[in-house]
Design a protein around this ligand. Structure first.
Ligand code: URA
Length: 435
């Protein structure tokens, strides 16, 4: 079986056999029989010709099996995770993970770092002094046993084929392919050793998938391929035109997450966190239906049980638990600057993508994977769509460290919102549910 023949089959729109897909994934993992330019050529052929559901399911399994697949069966309880395709101000993992764990779900959460305009859970958690996302497998297991949740980064032995292929896709314009995205996301999730997965597929200006039809296609593919691989998968299509909550930036998002776990969160963030946590509880078999699952999660939220799980999670992973009561222990910058409304009116639009890029430009995110982040900087949206402002009222409070970076972010923020004379129609955050 020659790489060139496999490439030709896909180039001409044919279907690859399981053995051909295995050869490709082995090539990506070990370099055997596939040169990097041949791997790239097959990626482009898949990008242009697509893959059948069967091919995508096999690719996903082969990529998961390219590295270590955790076996968590010795830890009692249903294991369920949530994965978001990424957005701006999307801090739900920090809230729903502890809420689901407080309801009895075991949450082995392997997350990523921020890239481009979208933030990453690991960067947010690392704002908490001492918090270690690089736990050993033994430490991860004891976090799951002791607290019910472990929040870590992807280790190098998880789905190594994805690491190689994702880096190649990034530089060959083959990222936006439904089968390749599906296999990339799900291979890493299958390797976590979970039984169920709730996918939050974001849709809108601030998301990877800009249109409803592309988001739906991805959601359908994730549900189909996850299920085919024995992973109970549900997908929620949720709106990402406007930042989620009001705080964007690592420390700022930790503060808003803690406030949400204290019951003081903004409505959209609280609603989405409860909705996704309830899906986790239902997938775990700990509730009969949506109503019962939602009631359990709300009880965990308003009793403070979720907050206590987060406190124990921070402590277990080496972080300073006093940050939950004293935000001055988090990295902050005391330099702030206000962007104000030039006239009175209703905020009618707020382009999430532009705010995400502004946060990255301030130093809160990464342009390239190897860049570092400044945990202290970010943006607070003091007004959001639907809210009335008067001329001079604050729209954004910008937390910055470098004046030059602030000056570069400023035009993006000034252009990112629109004022109108009449209030806009606010669409619900949940657009569709697929199971
Ligand atoms: N996230 C991933 O992990 N993989 C993709 O291909 C796209 C987003």
């Amino acid at each position: 079986m020659r790489a060139a023949d496999i490439i030709r089959t896909k180039r001409d729109g044919g279907e690859l056999t399981a053995a051909e897909i295995d050869s490709f994934v082995r090539g990506a993992t070990t370099g055997a029989a596939w040169a990097p330019y041949q791997l790239s050529a097959l990626l482009m052929a898949v990008f242009l010709r697509g893959m059948s559901p069967g091919e995508t399911a096999h690719l996903t399994r082969a990529m998961a099996d390219s590295g270590k697949v955790l076996d968590l069966s010795d830890i009692p309880g249903p294991k369920v995770d949530k994965h978001s395709t990424g957005g701006v101000g999307d801090k739900t993992s920090l809230i729903l993970g502890p809420l689901a764990a407080a309801c009895g779900v075991i949450v082995p959460m392997m997350s990523g770092r921020g890239l481009g305009h979208s933030g990453g859970t690991l960067d947010k958690l690392e704002s908490i002094p001492g918090f270690r996302v690089g736990l050993s497998e033994a430490e991860f297991r004891s976090a799951l046993r002791n607290v019910g949740i472990g929040m870590i980064g992807q280790t190098s032995d998880v789905a190594p084929a994805d690491k190689t292929l994702y880096a190649m896709r990034d530089v060959t314009s083959t990222v936006e392919s439904i089968p390749l995205i599906t296999a990339s996301i799900l291979s890493k999730k299958i390797a976590e050793g979970i039984n169920g997965l709730v996918m939050d597929v974001k849709c809108g200006h601030g998301a990877f998938m800009k249109t409803r039809s592309s988001a739906r296609q991805l959601a359908e593919s994730l549900v189909r391929v996850g299920t085919a691989n024995g992973l109970k998968t549900v997908a929620m299509l949720t709106a990402m035109d406007v930042p989620l909550g009001r705080y964007v930036g690592n420390t700022l998002e930790v503060i808003e997450s803690i406030e949400t776990l204290k019951g003081n969160g903004p409505r959209d963030l609280t609603e989405l966190s409860v909705l996704l946590a309830a899906q986790m509880v239902k997938l775990a078999g700990l509730a009969e239906d949506d109503d019962e699952a939602t009631r359990k999660v709300q009880t965990a939220l308003y009793s403070g049980a979720g907050l206590e799980v987060f406190r124990r999670c921070v402590e277990e992973q080496g972080g300073d638990p006093h940050t939950l009561d004293d935000y001055s222990r988090l990295p902050t910058t005391h330099r702030t600057m206000l962007v104000v409304a030039p006239r009175s009116g209703f905020v009618s639009e707020m382009v999430a993508g532009a705010i995400g890029v502004a946060s990255m430009v301030l130093g809160g995110g990464r342009e390239r994977a190897e860049d570092g982040v400044d945990h202290a900087v970010g943006i607070i949206c003091r007004a959001k769509p639907g809210e009335k402002v008067r001329a001079g009222d604050t729209i954004y409070e910008v937390h910055y460290r470098s004046s030059a970076k602030m000056m570069a972010a400023l035009p993006l923020l000034e252009e990112s919102f629109t004022l109108a004379d009449t209030p806009p129609v606010i669409e619900p955050i949940l657009m569709e549910e697929l199971a």
